[in-house]
Design a protein around this ligand. Structure first.
Ligand code: 2IT
Length: 446
């Protein structure tokens, strides 16, 4: 395989799809050596096939806002790869959503899902709909209109969406309601991240953040270090940051920073349970700003407008919001301030320059597709519970989540050894790729 040649051809075919090309490049670089040891992959043109989605649906979503005005958005579903199971992956509602973003997320999802050990293919979808400032009625009408178009392309055994940025249990509820009405099918396993009242799984809301911290614990264990007393920062205040802050605190760490699009908040003594709970309220307010947090907890925190959370000195940095939210300069700031470990809980949270800076400085760094896989893994456990018409206890789900995160960590270590340093990027990419590539080869040219 010639990575440069493949990238040049992809850039010509998909000009301007920056995030997608970035994600593909990262994986190809990691797997090049292993790939070239398997001539049967080259013969089956695995790499040329694995970088292209199986199919993409795009559709217009028309809806009426509270003022009675007609609004139009674009909806997408990228069914990326089904080699190891039905398509699975979230829906992102964000004003910046475009095809490049969803192709990168679907590509990442394919390998992430392979790492979970569960039988799930990769997909992603969403819309450029901006939930900021929308009323509950507007959210409902948009979700219904979105599903009116999407429903024929999904199903409990074909393609199972879930939440992502801008899509939580409320949106999942509205989308499932419309799906059920149109499909005349009452299997809640068609979508995950559901409310606990009708088919949702315990621990699913917390799972991405919890899983991320279980992964971090394994990284630290490998280094004979403990998380107790460590200063942790998270970016954003969404579902992922919330779960991560909760688990980090439970494990004895101090969460000393969080952020929003408007700036960052430092909490020198660490977040309390009340503060962590308030993150939920902040998100539910739909305003997408973090400053109210600093106003509410004025004596214990400090807001800095227009700055990213990476300026706050910490031991462990956890990108938990959006792709490329931590760049080379941010990485240098963290390194100068003595950061000891970085784990992406967001998808592709770090730019290639940031990753290189951490690796060059031998700072343990793990990528989103390994660290945040607990979210989709618990979606897989939700599907299993739906299929057997039973609900497991939170202890049971949490125990399985623990096992899955440990096995992902082991897979990264197995494939990522580099004299004295574990290259988790390489480990995760090779482990995920091998599983999908072997499945594709075994299924022939289809
Ligand atoms: O990026 C992700 O793994 C998710 N947004 C969760 C996907 C899922 O199907 O639960």
């Amino acid at each position: 395989m010639d990575v440069k040649k493949i990238m040049t051809s992809l850039e010509a075919k998909h000009p301007g799809e920056v995030e997608y090309l970035q994600a593909v490049h990262e994986v190809l670089e990691s797997i090049e050596e292993v790939y070239n040891q398997h001539p049967e992959f080259a013969k089956a043109k695995i790499v040329e096939r694995i970088v292209e989605p199986d199919r993409i649906f795009t559709f217009r979503v028309d809806w009426v806002d509270d003022k009675g005005e007609v609004q139009t958005n674009i909806g997408y579903r990228v069914q990326f790869n089904s080699a190891i199971g039905p398509y699975k992956g979230g829906l992102r509602f964000h004003k910046a959503v475009n095809l490049s973003m969803l192709k990168f997320l679907g590509f990442e999802q394919t390998f992430k899902n392979a790492l979970t050990t569960l039988p799930m293919g990769g997909a992603k979808g969403g819309s450029d709909f901006d939930p900021t400032g929308k009323s509950d009625g507007e959210i409902m009408r948009f979700c219904h209109a979105f599903m009116l178009e999407l429903w024929q392309n999904i199903g409990p055994d074909t393609d199972v969406p879930a939440g992502d940025v801008g899509v939580g249990a409320r949106e999942i509820g509205y989308m499932y309601g419309m799906y059920k009405k149109l499909a005349r099918e009452y299997n809640t396993g068609v979508i995950t991240g559901k409310s606990i009242n009708w088919g949702g799984s315990l621990i699913r809301p917390e799972a991405t953040g919890y899983g991320g911290l279980y992964f971090v614990e394994h990284m630290l264990k490998k280094l004979n270090r403990s998380i107790v007393g460590q200063r942790v920062i998270v970016s954003g205040f969404g579902n992922v940051a919330w779960g991560a802050a909760q688990k980090a605190t439970q494990l004895g760490a101090k969460v000393v920073g969080l952020s929003g699009p408007d700036g960052c908040v430092e909490v020198p003594n660490g977040m309390t349970n009340e503060m962590i709970y308030y993150m939920l309220e902040l998100r539910a307010s739909n305003q997408n700003i973090v400053e109210p947090f600093a106003k509410k907890f004025a004596s214990e925190s400090k807001f800095t407008a227009g700055k990213k959370v990476w300026i706050i000195p910490c031991d462990i940095a956890l990108p938990s919001a959006f792709q490329n939210e931590l760049n080379g300069d941010d990485a240098q700031t963290l390194i100068n301030n003595g950061v000891k470990l970085v784990a992406e809980i967001s998808n592709m949270g770090c730019t290639p320059e940031a990753i290189k800076a951490f690796q060059d400085n031998k700072i343990p760094f793990a990528p989103g597709k390994a660290v945040n896989a607990g979210g989709v893994a618990t979606s897989g456990l939700e599907m299993t519970q739906n299929a057997i018409h039973l609900s497991w206890t939170s202890e049971e789900v949490d125990e399985r989540l623990h096992q899955i995160m440990e096995s992902i960590h082991n897979a990264c270590v197995k494939y990522g050894q580099e004299d004295g340093y574990i290259n988790y990027v390489k480990g995760a990419n090779i482990a995920g790729f091998m599983k999908v590539a072997i499945a594709m080869k075994e299924q022939g040219v289809i």
